[in-house]
Design a protein around this ligand. Structure first.
Ligand code: PBG
Length: 327
C-alpha cells in the first residue's frame, strides 16, 4: 500500500482552495490601451480581436466601466500620425500632443487611477526604432538624452509611472536623475529590463503602425537565447533607480520572470504581449480551447512564476471573470 498519496490534497474543491498557493486579483492587472486622435472614435485593431484604438473621450468613458471591475492601472500607447513623425521623435515632447491631452483628460475624470506611459521613440520616430538612428546605427547616448526629456515631459503632464521600453544602456539612471532634479521624486519608474527582440510584438506594431522601417531591434533588445543577461540588465536597472522591473514577452519567458523574482529587491512585472493575446484569441476562435479558462490559467502562470503585476490586454475579461467567480 502507498502511504504517500498527493491526490488526497486534491480530492475536492474545498481542499484545493485551502492548499492553493497562487491567486490572481484585479488589483494585479495593468491594462495597456491604445489612444488615437479624434472624438467618439473607436478603431478596432484587426490582429487583436476585441481591442481598439480609442479617442481620449471614449477611453475615459470606458475607464469608468473598467474601474467598476476593479481595474486601476492603465498603460497608455498613443497612435501618432505618420506626418508627425521625424527621425528624433520630436512629437514625443509636444506639450499639445495626443499623449498630454489624454493624460489630462483621464486625470481630470479619474484622479484616482494610475497612469503608466511608455518612454521609447518608436511610435514617434519616422524610422520606427526606439532610439535615434544615424547611418543605420541606433545611437545610445543621444537617445538617452531625448528619452530623459521625454520622461520629464510625461511627469510634467501628470503621469504616475514612466516606463522606459527602449533598452538603451544607462537610461534608468539618466531618467531618475532628470526627474529628481526637476522635483519629480515621486514619479515611479517601471523598467522594461528584460525586453527581448521578439516576434510576439507584431499586432502591437500593427496597432500603432510603429514597425521598424529597416532592420530589426536586435542591437538593443535582448537575444532570446540568453538568461544571465536578463539578471545583469535587471540588477543595473535596480541600481539605477527602477521601482519595478519587467520581463517581456511573458509566456515564453516564464523562466526569466522566475529568475528575476529570485534576485530582485523590487517587484517584477510581466508583459503578456500582443502576440500572446492574438494566439489565444485565434485558438479560441477555432474552438481549439476554452478562452476564459485558458486566459485565467495564463494569469495564474505569471503569478506562480513570481510576477507581482501583469500587463495584459485580457485585463477587463479577467476582472469580469473574477467578479463572477466563474473560473
Ligand atoms: C515600444 C513597445 C513595444 C511594445 C511595448 N512598447 C514594441 C516594440 O518594442 O517593438 C510591445 C507590446 C506588445 O506587443 O503588446 N518600445
Amino acid at each position: 500500500m502507498q502511504s504517500q498519496r498527493p491526490r488526497r490534497n486534491r480530492k475536492n474543491e474545498g481542499i484545493r482552495q485551502l492548499v492553493a498557493q497562487t491567486e490572481i486579483q484585479a488589483k494585479h492587472l495593468i491594462y495597456p490601451v491604445f489612444v488615437c486622435e479624434g472624438t467618439n472614435l473607436e478603431a478596432p485593431i484587426t490582429t487583436m480581436p476585441g481591442q481598439s484604438r480609442l479617442s481620449p473621450d471614449l477611453l475615459s468613458k470606458k475607464i469608468s466601466e473598467w474601474k467598476k471591475l476593479g481595474l486601476n492601472h492603465f498603460a497608455l500607447f498613443p497612435q501618432i500620425a505618420e506626418t508627425k513623425k521625424d527621425s528624433r521623435g520630436t512629437e514625443a515632447l509636444n506639450d499639445k500632443g495626443l499623449l498630454p491631452q489624454t493624460i489630462k483628460r483621464l486625470k481630470d475624470d479619474h484622479p484616482e487611477i494610475n497612469l503608466i506611459t511608455d518612454v521609447a521613440l518608436d511610435p514617434f520616430s519616422s524610422d520606427g526604432h526606439d532610439g535615434v538612428v544615424e547611418n543605420g546605427k541606433i545611437l545610445n547616448d543621444v537617445s538617452v538624452e531625448i528619452l530623459s526629456q521625454m520622461a520629464l515631459k510625461q511627469a510634467e503632464w501628470g503621469t504616475d509611472w514612466v516606463a522606459p521600453s527602449d533598452m538603451m544602456d544607462g537610461r534608468i539612471g539618466a531618467i531618475r536623475k532628470t526627474l529628481d532634479q526637476a522635483g519629480f521624486t515621486d514619479t515611479n519608474i517601471l523598467a522594461y529590463s528584460a525586453k527581448y527582440a521578439s516576434s510576439f510584438y507584431g499586432p502591437f506594431r500593427d496597432a500603432l503602425q510603429s514597425a521598424p522601417k529597416f532592420g530589426d531591434k536586435k542591437t538593443y533588445q535582448m537575444d532570446p537565447r540568453n538568461s544571465d543577461e536578463a539578471v545583469r540588465e535587471a540588477l543595473l536597472d535596480i541600481e539605477e533607480g527602477a521601482d519595478m522591473v519587467m520581463v517581456k514577452p511573458g509566456l515564453p519567458y516564464l523562466d526569466i520572470i522566475s529568475r528575476l523574482k529570485e534576485i530582485s529587491s523590487v517587484p517584477v512585472a510581466a508583459y503578456n504581449v500582443s502576440g500572446e493575446y492574438a494566439m489565444i484569441k485565434a485558438a479560441a476562435a477555432m474552438k481549439a480551447l476554452d478562452e476564459d479558462k485558458a486566459v485565467m490559467e495564463t494569469m495564474i502562470a505569471f503569478r506562480r512564476a513570481g510576477a507581482s503585476a501583469i500587463l495584459t490586454y485580457f485585463a477587463p475579461q479577467v476582472a469580469e471573470l473574477l467578479r463572477k467567480q466563474q473560473v
